[in-house]
Design a protein around this ligand. Structure first.
Ligand code: ADP
Length: 594
């Protein structure tokens, strides 16, 4: 067996007890002359191969003192020899050692023992540190394991939650999709219903317009004609009253229809050239007589910077001005009513004009200024009794002005007067349109009097009325009751112009017009129609309808008509359109073979 070295001591010391045993064995081997005893702190005794016997009181005293002292304490073994005790704190033990064989031997612990003990102490220190490290390491491993377990569980939980969320999301998306699909279908249905309602409303409006205007047309037309026949003064007065009442009723009907049309979004403004001064003069002329009767002065002024010819809807502009001027006249007893078109500014290359109607009338209380623009609302309850009216005029003006891109407002002082005004952008008519218009105007001047007109109209009252109006203008007139009859007339006779009602039984005006255009385009077919075969240009066809909607006008042009008149036929408009559209050389002068 090889001698143990200090190095091997380190290798051998593994656990506490074995370590102590091994330590003792090493000491035994190193110090063959020494006998020794190791007392652990728990009080346990370990004896070397040469045991040392120390009486218990001596041993306890030695252990006690050694613990208190840093170094050897000396005592006596049972055999009377000197023994030494040292506290090995790192080993948690006290070593009692004696190298004396007999009591008289005077052995003291030498350098080897001290060194051994020092190394033992360091060894014990390393061991402890190692144990601590091992313990720490084990603790770390345990913690790592726990963490790994927790981590694994967390990952698993997360994954489960993720799957759950995914399922939920899928379910939610499915529900959302089906909800959206359902709502889209419902919206589509609602939209279709709304469109249907809107179409019905629009048709209803168109029909109402037709149904109401047709008899009004007859009442006004015939009462006017009646007033022109030889009558007693009282009868003439009755006839005039009928005309006036029917005219106000027609105004009311038109107002209600206009408003319904505007609210249904069906009112489209025209975009045609017109002369502003004509519109203003026309409005002033309308109020000349009532103004003279009342002793009120009506005047007008247009700023020179305002374009003379403009593009837009002159009828709607006139309607607004007539309404405002009408109110001004109605509520003014003395002083004047002034219509003014002023230059406001230029914006985006366009001149912006300010239209105002000023009066010196009763004025409007400040707290009623907003209300008067509402439908069926007047400044105060006594207005209707005193001045008449329905409270619709301003509501319509407001909407029309907004359609024109402006806003209607008023400044007023009770007892002093009011100024209603609106500011709208103005579009100057392009030069080529102006020359076209001038050409038309020139042509109109040259229009010959006389000619033959085919009136296609199913309503007997309207046939008579229109017939009288046309004859009074110096034209010959033939009447057909529907499209089929009209074609028959054209087969046998030449005409300068056809006034074609749109709504008729059997063959309506649209179909009849399309047929006429077809015949004109077919040279063989044309030969059978006296009224069409010798024409140098397409026959002039003017649509006649109580439907005053833009789409009705468009439909007339689409069918092949070249003009459009709304009922009730206004004499001035009829004269204008006939002047524009009658050919320069009438078929009557053309030695027509018919
Ligand atoms: P109507 O004139 O048919 O009553 P409007 O809508 O045109 O309906 O006018 C509504 C109300 O506004 C009138 O009834 C009147 O009370 C008030 N009003 C309108 N214009 C004037 C004005 N120039 N002067 C005083 N009051 C006015």
């Amino acid at each position: 067996m090889t001698e143990p070295t200090f190095d091997t001591i380190f290798d051998d010391l593994v656990d506490a007890n074995a370590e102590l045993q091994s330590f003792l064995a090493t000491l035994d081997a190193l110090l063959p002359e020494a006998s020794m005893l190791l007392v652990s702190e728990a009080g346990a005794l370990l004896e070397g191969t040469r045991p040392l016997t120390v009486a218990l009181p001596v041993r306890d005293k030695l252990v006690h003192e050694a613990r208190a002292v840093d170094g050897f304490v000396t005592g006596k073994a049972d055999n009377g020899a000197r023994c030494h005790a040292i506290h090995l704190a790192k080993l948690s033990a006290v070593l009692i050692i004696s190298c004396a064989a007999a009591p008289e031997d005077d052995w003291e612990p030498g350098a080897a023992i001290t060194s051994l003990l020092r190394n033992s102490l360091e060894l014990a220190l390393y061991r402890q540190e190692r144990e601590m490290l091992v313990a720490d390491h084990e603790q770390s491993i345990r913690q790592i394991n726990i963490l790994q377990q927790q981590h694994g569980k967390l990952i698993e939980d997360n994954y489960r939650q993720y799957r759950l969320n995914q399922d939920r999301e899928k379910e939610y998306a499915r529900k959302l999709e089906s909800e959206i699909a359902k709502q889209t279908a419902e919206l589509r249905e609602a939209n279709a219903r709304l469109e249907e309602i809107s179409r019905l409303k629009s048709d209803f409006l168109a029909n109402m317009s037709h149904e109401l205007r047709t008899p009004m047309n007859a009442i006004i037309g015939f009462s006017e004609l009646l007033a022109e026949t030889p009558l007693a003064e009282e009868q003439r007065d009755y006839a005039r009253t009928i005309t006036q009442s029917a005219t106000s009723l027609l105004t009311l009907i038109n107002d209600i229809l206009d408003l319904a049309k505007i609210e249904a979004g069906k009112l489209e403004l025209e975009h045609l050239p017109f002369e502003l001064s004509e519109v203003i003069d026309n409005v002033v002329a309308m109020f000349k007589i009532p103004a003279r009767e009342k002793g009120v002065v009506v005047s007008s002024k247009i700023d020179s910077r305002i374009p003379k010819r403009m593009m837009g809807d002159s009828n709607r502009l006139r309607q607004v001005l007539v309404n405002l001027a009408g109110n001004a006249m109605k509520f003014t007893e003395k002083g004047g009513v002034a219509i003014e078109v002023a230059y406001e500014r230029e914006a985006a290359g366009r001149i912006v004009g300010r239209f105002s109607v000023h009066d010196s009338g009763i004025g409007i209380p400040a707290d009623r200024v907003e209300a008067i623009f509402e439908k069926f609302t007047q400044a105060d309850g006594s207005t209707t009794r005193k001045y008449g009216g329905t409270g619709l005029g301003l509501a319509i003006c407001l909407q029309l002005v907004e359609l024109m891109g402006g806003h209607l407002a008023v400044t007023s002082e009770e007892g002093k007067g009011s100024t209603f005004y609106f500011v709208i952008p103005l579009e100057e008519a392009p030069a080529e349109i102006i020359s076209l218009q001038e050409h038309k105007d020139a042509a109109r001047e040259k229009a010959p009097a006389g000619g033959r007109i085919l009136l296609v109209e199913d309503n007997a009252v309207n046939q008579r009325l229109a017939g009288i109006l046309i004859t009074r203008e110096g034209y010959e007139v033939e009447v057909a009751s529907d499209g089929t009859e009209a074609l028959e007339h054209l087969r046998h006779q030449a005409f300068d112009l056809v006034l074609m009602d749109v709504q008729m039984p059997n063959m309506d005006g649209m179909e009849a017009t399309r047929k006429i255009r077809e015949i004109e385009a077919d040279p063989a077919l044309r030969q059978s129609y006296v009224g069409l075969r010798s024409l140098k240009q397409p026959l002039a066809i003017v649509g006649l309808t109580a439907h005053a909607r833009k789409e009705d006008e468009t439909a007339c042009y689409d069918a092949g008509m070249n003009g459009f008149l709304t009922k009730p036929i206004i004499k001035a408009k009829l004269v204008t359109i006939l002047g524009e559209m009658m050919p320069r050389v009438s078929c009557l002068e053309n030695h027509d073979p018919s």
